[in-house]
Design a protein around this ligand. Structure first.
Ligand code: 8X3
Length: 258
């Protein structure tokens, strides 16, 4: 006798960058709302922890590597089926490296930001779109950033990549018009996660300064918005959602209490 899979009647949602931060929090929020999260990231051990908490499925994924994305997509295809369609994709993997001016810009950091934010989102979206369409009611949520809507000093590599990622996502809104798939762009401002630690190459003192004297958003604040958007009825498409801490007016303007 085989053990029934408790996730078999829950729709699948792929979450990239699911090992920590906004990705892990989104997986938790969606699991609580009845989704079966398929968790993609490079750090498999951490993914397994999130999988345990959410009843989800961990699958190794490096969005900067086309072969890794192909293997990941094959794994998702194996999990999906008529009782468990792939109905959601949360494009969350990505990040920033450095705060050099344009004059000092480091090409390797730019390349990594384009690979992880732009081409990563392209690869994952391309490979999963057929399954999302087959479900008859798909939804793509892309976590961009306020950096996809404005520029700020020292942010050129990241703002350029996030603008491009936003353009890719928004283009789909037109190209897929008439097809059963919704598209939501969520553009957060300052969220305290590992984001700044990665940006500053592991320098925790510099990372902490970003949030000095403000009350930043936390990953759960964004995750609640992801889940809210995905749980609207099929005819309701929340198109673009910008969320910032009350203490932030723009990428460069904060109210700091210190
Ligand atoms: C992170 C927000 O303002 O550092 O995506 O670009 S910001």
């Amino acid at each position: 006798m085989t053990t029934p899979d408790p996730g078999s009647d829950r729709p699948l949602v792929v979450v990239t960058g699911a090992s920590s931060g906004i990705g892990a929090a989104s997986a938790r929020a969606l699991a609580a709302d009845g989704w079966h999260p398929v968790l993609g990231a490079r750090r498999v051990e951490r993914l397994e922890q999130v999988a345990e908490e959410t009843g989800g499925t961990p699958l190794e994924l490096d969005v900067t590597d086309a072969d890794s994305v192909a293997a990941f997509a094959a794994g998702v295809r194996d999990l999906a089926g008529p009782t468990r369609p792939l109905r959601g994709l949360v494009n969350n993997a990505g990040g920033a490296q450095g705060t050099e001016t344009v004059l000092e810009a480091d090409e390797d950091k730019w390349r990594w930001m384009w690979e992880s934010n732009v081409l990563g989102t392209l690869r994952v979206t391309q490979s999963l779109l057929p399954l999302l369409l087959d479900s008859g009611d798909g939804h793509i949520v892309t976590i961009t950033s306020i950096a996809g809507l404005e520029t700020y000093d020292g942010g050129s590599g990241y703002t350029a990549a996030k603008h491009a990622e936003g353009a890719l996502h928004r283009t789909l809104r037109g190209e897929l018009l008439g097809q059963p798939v919704r598209l939501t762009e969520i553009a957060p401002g300052a969220v305290e996660t590992e984001f700044s630690l990665v940006r500053f190459g592991g320098d925790s003192a510099r990372a902490a300064k970003v949030y000095d004297g403000i009350t930043p958003l936390v990953a759960d604040d964004v995750a609640e918005v992801v889940a809210f958007a995905m749980n609207r009825p099929s005819h309701v498409n929340l198109d673009t959602i910008v969320l910032k801490p009350r203490d932030q007016a723009s990428g460069m303007r904060f109210h700091r209490r210190t």
